[in-house]
Design a protein around this ligand. Structure first.
Ligand code: SF4
Ligand code: SF4
Length: 381
């Protein structure tokens, strides 16, 4: 694709990166066929090729409108289009640039600004945990729509106390400790069972994805730097083998620290090392299976069928499409993998297991009558 950037973007880091990405696109449209928002809405501008054109036009000097902003907002950032693209177009990075450039020129309605601010400041805030605790205490009294967003309190069991020579850092995350604490505790117990000690750095927090993807990219980068600072003593001294992340949206973000901080002279090298050490938990499990299987045999009695949902952040952002689920012994459970290029757009009949805590909720939401799909078809001018 030929490009002629407007003077304001020439010789800027964003302009040069966007231009390099745009020039790889050959307009073939293969990506459109696998885009969930195009499949749902049927509008070229709600597919990757259309959004690429919109971003190109803005970078070439065309004034963006509210409609441009909404077409970019509707992108799920699932990056299915990247998996399909034969030319290696890094759509996700282009979209980040496009969203930032458009938001600088198109003011959002006040209600939307407030909602986005509440999400980006509220979710990673220290106040989220007490708010969740309160919500769980009065869950039965809440309207159904809010109840669906407040999971019942779950028992998390004990954190292992044994020390091991092999150690890993775990990103505890921002909402997971209060919403679904059993995930981090279970992760630590599984790793302990195979002789690996899990360490959580006290000052690490949100991976930065919430702010970054709500277009507060500077706020997201500040959280990335804070995590790097929290992890660095253990990383630089070689005390930990890797940084384990058990939510695929967060592992995708940590693996992208190297790119997000590439222009930061103070943090670029550290970010590169942190990204190289990040592992989604599903990358570690296959090697542990023989030992885990021996310990589980005779203790697990679940004989039902589960639907395994491989999240987009695992399949497309991290390119982890290995069938680790298929390697589980059949006496543990039988997995029914969902069609590999689908996002959480429809719920299967079986109980869902996923590598990202928000995905089962999205599947359930997609199958409910409250699904936002009808509202999303309105196009502003
Ligand atoms: S990231 Fe997903 S929703 Fe966005 S354009 Fe690509 S395939 Fe479509
Ligand atoms: S598949 Fe790749 S090269 Fe083809 S239109 Fe989509 S982004 Fe461009």
């Amino acid at each position: 694709m030929q490009t002629q950037l407007a003077p304001e973007y020439q010789n800027t880091a964003h302009g040069q990166e966007a231009e390099a990405i745009l020039r790889k696109c050959v307009h073939c449209g293969f990506c459109t066929a696998t885009c969930p928002t195009y499949q749902t809405l049927g509008d070229e501008l709600d597919g990757p090729r259309g959004r690429i054109y919109l971003i190109k036009q803005v970078l070439e000097g065309k004034e963006p409108t509210r409609a441009t902003q909404v077409h970019l907002d509707r992108c799920l950032t699932c990056r299915n289009c990247e998996s399909t693209c034969p030319s290696g177009v890094q759509y996700g990075h282009l979209l980040d640039i496009g969203r930032q450039v458009v938001d600088e020129k198109v003011p959002r309605p006040a209600g939307e600004r407030l909602k986005r601010w509440a999400l980006k400041e509220g979710i990673p805030s220290p106040l989220f945990a007490p708010a969740m605790k309160l919500g769980q205490a009065v869950r039965g009294l809440l309207p159904e729509s809010i109840q669906a967003k407040v999971p019942p309190k779950t028992a998390h069991g004990a954190w292992p106390t044994r020390e091991h020579a092999r150690k890993v850092l775990l990103l505890a995350g921002c909402v997971q400790p209060s919403m679904l604490p059993n995930i981090n505790y279970a992760t630590a117990r599984v790793l302990d069972a195979v002789g690996v000690q899990t360490v959580v750095a006290g000052n690490a927090g949100c991976c930065g994805a919430v702010k970054f993807h709500l277009n507060d990219q500077d706020g997201g980068r500040a959280q990335m730097r804070a995590n790097i600072d929290a992890w660095w003593p253990m990383v630089s001294s070689g005390q930990v083998e890797c940084i384990v992340v058990n939510a695929s949206g967060c592992s995708a973000m940590v693996k992208d620290y190297a790119h997000a901080l590439k222009d930061d002279a103070q943090y670029a090298d550290k970010a590169g090392r942190i990204s190289a050490m990040a592992r989604d938990l599903s990358e570690l499990l296959p090697a542990m299976l023989p030992e885990l299987a021996g310990r589980l045999q005779g203790r697990v009695h679940f004989k039902g069928k589960l639907a395994y949902h491989p999240p987009c952040t695992l399949q497309h952002a991290q390119k982890l499409r290995g069938a680790w689920n298929a390697t589980w012994p059949s006496w543990v459970f039988r997995c029914s993998p969902r069609a590999p290029n689908r996002t959480c757009a429809a719920a299967p009949p079986e109980p869902i297991r996923s590598c990202n805590p928000s995905c089962p909720g999205s599947c359930a939401h997609a199958s409910s009558p409250r699904s936002m799909r009808p509202a999303a078809t309105k196009n502003p001018r």
